[in-house]
Design a protein around this ligand. Structure first.
Ligand code: XMP
Ligand code: MG
Length: 182
């Protein structure tokens, strides 16, 4: 089996830092004076959540949910399961969902449906990457850090078979037919 490696860097760490600073400024202005809760979907959004949250200058809570749509490989399974992590108390509060990528749209759609059941005062989506492709579900995305073409990307929280999440940049792999180790 061929070992995979990074073929090219799509978005480097400096560009990510700069863009997240600007996005956090916009979000901070929009949520000034509001009771804000950021909810990140594990695992992919953990890096984005940490960086975005630390750039915000409005007070906020952070919460996590688990959304699993991939079961290894690069194809969506088509079904998304949303699980809460601990007590999620969002009724009457302003929720910003922090997600790694808007791809087929299934995950953000399911997250939205599940969280709306708890009757937040508002609910908006903030994605790190907005992939250019046909959707299975269209969802209104209020904030995005970057648009990316329809290629499978890794890094900055995004994985291939659980590897590569730690890369501080977004990259395309040379092949997806083998494990990321020799
Ligand atoms: P959907 O298709 O539901 O996908 O919008 C959302 C989830 O699928 C994963 N995903 C990716 N993971 N590189 C990845 O490492 C990709 O290019 C990619 N596209 C989708 C991701 O976990 C996301 O939350
Ligand atoms: Mg994934």
């Amino acid at each position: 089996m061929a070992a995979m490696q990074v073929e090219r860097v799509l978005i480097d760490a400096a560009a990510i830092g700069e863009r997240i600073g600007a996005l956090a400024g916009e979000i901070s202005r929009d949520y000034a004076g509001k009771d804000l809760v950021l909810i990140a979907a594990l695992k992919g959004a953990y890096v984005f959540m940490a960086d975005l949250s630390r750039c915000l200058d409005v007070p906020h809570h952070i919460e996590f949910v688990r959304a699993a749509s991939y079961h290894g490989g690069t194809e969506s399974s088509g079904s998304v399961e949303v699980q809460t992590v601990g007590n999620l108390d969002i009724a009457g509060r302003h929720v910003l969902v922090v997600e790694d990528i808007y791809d087929t749209g299934l995950t953000v759609y399911q997250l939205r449906e599940a969280l709306l059941e708890q009757e937040p005062a508002s609910l908006e989506m903030c994605v790190f990457l907005h992939k250019e492709r046909a959707r299975l579900r269209e969802v209104d995305i209020r904030y995005r850090a970057f648009h990316v073409p329809d290629v499978f990307v890794v890094g900055y929280g995004l994985d291939f078979d659980q590897y590569y999440r730690n890369l501080p940049y977004v990259a395309v792999l040379s092949s997806t037919d083998g494990p990321p180790y020799p």
